[in-house]
Design a protein around this ligand. Structure first.
Ligand code: MCN
Ligand code: FES
Ligand code: FES
Length: 906
């Protein structure tokens, strides 16, 4: 042990530490300074940055034996507090730079160190600095972070004041569409927003720490599991296997009726088989995480390895064995049948193109690894705190598996450091439940980044073939598609995902005749979970690149070809329904001069350049808001003595559920002139909040926004007097009128038919048009995205900062999807860097956002969703731009430098 005297945030502290403990652990667990976050734990992400003796240091890799006595340490808590914000914190708030907020303390600490050295940095200097301090953000696309530092530097130099930049609310006016700062921003920038691991530190002493025994192979029969030795290890309380699970030990995947499987294919703890690398076979529960981990190594698992099918084509071969015996590896099929037989129509087409496409297993890479805890409340309910973005769904999905009825389960969402969809599926919820039920003690489980990456769901790869034909005038007449979805070993929502192929291959264009078939395939690679865009990035990639191929064949400019064919009055979507609005023609007209100028610029640069080639590419971006069919959501509004409380389960990945709820409630309550500060939010706790459905499918702004609006309107109705004025809280009580009112909203939609893919699945859509400008290094094949210009129509904007943030962040993930991100090689793709997460210098600072705000007939105040549109097809525009620059058409992502180079040498 070492005794150290340290000056932490200006206060002298004497502490006794073990020499190999990390500085992060000492700060967080011994000093309870949990503002310092641990993401990767490997020095890659900067979430744990502190200032150590004047220099930025990664607290997760600094061992205490290396921290000199009398060192001075500044953590986020020493930079500013909610009552006394540092200019960097203020900058972060007013630029919406904290979305999930998990990376925020690390960035702010790093920015403070920069501004201490240089209080007038250029944007490029700020970017270089964050690249050097290796700060990574998965939500914001980085641009708002640079904006925040520049504003902070102006505040520090005294060129502007807080009053100049802070959003001022004019009396009684709407905050809809403004830069109003989200309610959670202040806690996020001061490190006081407690994520799961921060709450974990405060759990009672008798909390058991869980570690997992996980499979190291991808497919095997389990012969035996021996826990005897592990049970005798120091500190071990219990070792659990499938035998300790009280229910049917299966997560319920809520299979469609036409699914050949029953949806009960994912074990909570493996019993008969291992289906993929990382599957949980046993759980050790011990007094400390270290003891639990040591005992895990003593659990003996005897396996009989089976052939592993690591892609859809492999699992579809005739001699492949059934991964789930009794269910074929191809377990769900869906079709598109729209208009006339395409074989006939193709014969009449002047121009026909066909190509194969592949969009791979994009990893979500949130900076916060999966984490949660569970305990029984005094009322006997099992409380599970996790990163769930589908509280009520998840309770249903685990209930039979753990052997507890859904009404005895309350899932609560912890403040969450990004999910990007992977938490649409339950991950550790059932494991926590099993552990709490087996011990009747509080239990805690956190994943390392390695576990997060290797064992949570991934985007499901689509193998797509598309054929498209046009007449002699360039009108698209027919489309044929065939797609196979590699959904990994677990079926949950695989059928729904496969349906997205029928809805989005060719979306955006009026195509009267479509035939298509898609199938879901069981494999032994990572299980498929939702990922932002959910099937649209795979689907649109194929049609948006093929559209360019068709335009080229016809000899038309790709933007003008799109202009000719996009939805207009009378058009129908691939699902055969009317689009909610028509906005593409106007969008293209707006983009045309910008596009033409970009093309000219690239041409000029190409004339002067030998080693680098420049090009432009466009794509339509489109996605639906809602779950298919009669999706619905619930909320409540309660009058309290000093305001109104709103309750809903609008789960927050980091996108801004708090801001959406506040802005929509404030707008709805305008008749009583309430201030935003007097609206309290109670969110995401099944003990308190109703079933608002999951925060997936970019549905919440529309669905839960509408439910919140209805709840407020119902409250107003109850408050209204005959003379048109409104009762106060005391008047309501005196007159015995209920102060709490529910709101429910259901979409008037019909799910698509499995045989034809026809229906009217979504109440609203989100639309965009992206122009990408790229530079290709002819020697190395490296692509640099120089500029992105996007025109978006997400209807009425509820909060401008939030929507800007959604778009920047989605586009940055699109750059990653196009150029670097993958989770294919189980040995290689195991860290943020190796999975290809974009750093600040990989994402252009030159992103221009332009909006159209066409009011949506069914959205609250005309708003649609926003979250997924920006990641629906940006990669297609980038790939089209690469082709335009150098003639290499990449149809299988990611476009790694070696692939582009290989194309160039052809
Ligand atoms: N919004 C708005 N005005 C509009 C439309 C939306 O201000 N016209 C706001 C909403 O109030 C909300 C946000 O934009 O705060 C996104 O709204 P919506 O599209 O309805 O999506 P959800 O709230 O249902 O959020 C889920 C969506 C999905 S499906 C994924 S995946 C996703 C995403 O949003 N994951 C994210 N955005 C993310 N952002 C962050 N930072 N982290 C993630 O994990
Ligand atoms: Fe320390 Fe990532 S660099 S947590
Ligand atoms: Fe940066 Fe979420 S705000 S990771």
């Amino acid at each position: 042990m070492l005794k150290k005297n340290l000056k932490i945030n200006g206060v002298l502290k004497t502490i006794v530490v073990s020499p190999n403990t990390t500085l992060a652990d000492v700060l967080r667990k011994q000093l309870l300074l949990t503002g310092t976050k641990v993401g990767c734990g490997k020095g890659e992400c900067g979430a744990c940055n502190v200032i150590l003796n004047g220099k930025v240091a990664k607290a997760c890799i600094v061992r205490m034996k290396r921290v000199e006595n009398e060192s001075e340490i500044i953590t986020i808590e020493g930079i500013g507090s909610p009552d006394n914000l540092h200019p960097v914190q203020l900058g972060w708030m007013i630029h919406g730079a904290a979305q999930c907020g998990f990376c925020t303390p690390g960035f702010i600490v790093s920015a403070k160190a920069l501004l201490d050295e240089n209080n007038n940095p250029t944007r490029e200097e700020v970017r270089d600095w964050f690249q050097k301090t290796r700060n990574v953000c998965r939500c914001t696309g980085y641009k708002p972070l640079v904006d925040a530092v520049i504003t902070a530097s102006k505040l520090i130099r005294g060129e502007i004041t807080k009053e100049d930049v802070w959003y001022k609310l004019p009396e009684g006016v709407s905050i809809l569409g403004t830069d109003y700062v989200r309610p959670s921003a202040c806690a996020k920038v001061t490190g006081t927003w407690d994520f799961g691991a921060d709450l974990g530190v405060t759990l009672p002493d008798d909390t058991l720490h869980i570690k997992l025994v996980q499979a190291q192979v991808s497919h095997a029969n389990i012969i035996s599991i021996d826990t005897g030795e592990a049970e005798k290890m120091p500190g071990v309380y219990k070792v659990l296997t499938y035998k300790d699970v009280k229910g049917n030990n299966r997560i319920n995947g809520l299979a469609f009726p036409s699914n050949l499987g029953d949806g009960l294919d994912r074990p909570i703890l493996c019993d008969e088989k291992v289906f993929q690398f990382g599957d949980a076979i046993a759980m050790v529960l011990a007094d400390t995480p270290t003891h639990a981990e040591e005992a895990c190594r003593k659990v003996k698992v005897e396996l009989e390895e089976l052939p592993a099918y690591m892609s859809a084509p492999e699992a579809m071969t005739e001699d492949a064995i059934e991964i789930h015996p009794g269910t074929p590896n191809i377990y769900y099929t869906t079709n598109v049948v729209k208009g006339e037989d395409t074989d006939k129509v193709f014969e009449e087409c002047e121009y026909v193109v066909e190509d194969d496409f592949y969009v791979g297993r994009q990893p979500h890479l949130p900076i916060e690894p999966d984490v949660g805890f569970a305990f029984f409340g005094d009322d006997g309910k099992l409380n599970i705190h996790s990163k769930s973005v589908a509280l009520h769904f998840h309770a249903l999905m685990i209930a039979d598996g753990i052997g507890l009825s859904p009404d005895k389960i309350a899932i609560v969402q912890n403040p969450t450091g990004g999910t990007f969809g992977y938490k649409f599926s339950p991950t550790i919820e059932a494991l926590l439940a099993v552990a709490a039920m087996a011990t009747n003690k509080p239990v805690y489980l956190e994943f390392s980044m390695y576990q997060q990456i290797t064992y949570t769901g991934k985007r499901s790869p689509f193998f797509i073939n598309v054929k498209m034909g046009a007449d002699k005038d360039g009108n698209i007449k027919a489309l044929e598609s065939d797609w196979s979805v590699d959904h990994g070993p677990y079926s949950e929502f695989g059928d729904l995902l496969t349906m997205r192929g029928s809805q989005f291959i060719g979306a955006g264009y009026n195509i009267d005749n479509i035939r298509g078939e898609g199938r879901t395939v069981c494999t032994n690679h990572a299980w498929g979970s939702a990922f932002r865009g959910y099937g649209s990035p795979q689907s649109l990639f194929s049609s948006e690149v093929l559209i360019d191929e068709l335009a080229e064949k016809i000899g038309m400019d790709p933007l003008e070809f799109r202009y000719k064919n996009v939805y207009r009055e009378g058009s129908t979507t691939p699902s055969g329904c009317k689009p909610d609005i028509i906005c593409f023609p106007e969008m293209i007209e707006k983009m045309r001069p910008i596009y033409n100028e970009a093309k000219e610029k690239a041409k000029e640069k190409n004339l002067k350049s030998e080693d680098k080639k420049y090009g432009t590419g466009v794509s339509l971006l489109i996605y639906g808001s809602g779950l298919d069919g009669a999706d619905s959501s619930e909320a409540w509004a309660e009058l309290i003595p000093n305001g109104v409380t709103i309750g809903n389960s609008w789960e927050d990945h980091g996108q801004g559920a708090d801001m959406g709820t506040l802005a929509i409630a404030h707008e709805s309550l305008k008749p009583i002139g309430i201030k935003p500060d007097d609206i309290k939010l109670v969110m995401n706790d099944m003990n308190l909040t109703p079933n608002s459905g999951p925060a997936g499918g970019s549905r919440s702004n529309v669905l839960t926004g509408n439910a919140t609006k209805v709840a407020c309107e119902n409250l107003l109705k109850a408050m209204k007097k005959d003379d048109g004025t409104y009762r106060t809280y005391s008047e309501m009580i005196e007159e015995n009128i209920s102060v709490k009112h529910d709101g429910k909203w259901t979409a008037a939609c019909t799910a698509c038919d499995v045989e034809t893919g026809q229906g009217n699945p979504f109440p609203c859509y989100m639309y965009g048009l992206l122009l990408a400008e790229v530079e290709v290094d002819i020697q190395t094949g490296k692509v640099n995205v120089e500029k992105l210009t996007i025109i978006s129509d997400v209807g009425t904007i509820v909060n401008k900062l939030v929507v800007d943030g959604q778009i920047y962040g989605g586009l940055a993930q699109g750059i990653g999807l196009a150029l670097s991100e993958d989770f294919e090689d189980l040995k290689k793709h195991t860290t943020l860097t190796k999975c290809g997460i974009p750093n600040i210098k990989d994402v252009t600072d030159n992103i221009e956002l332009i909006y159209m705000e066409t009011e949506r007939p069914y959205g609250p105040y005309g708003a649609s969703g926003a979250g997924e549109m920006p990641l629906s097809a940006p990669h297609a525009a980038i790939i089209n731009a690469i082709y335009n620059a150098c003639g290499v058409r990449i149809t299988k992502l990611p476009a790694l430098p070696e692939k582009v180079k290989a194309g160039l040498s052809k």
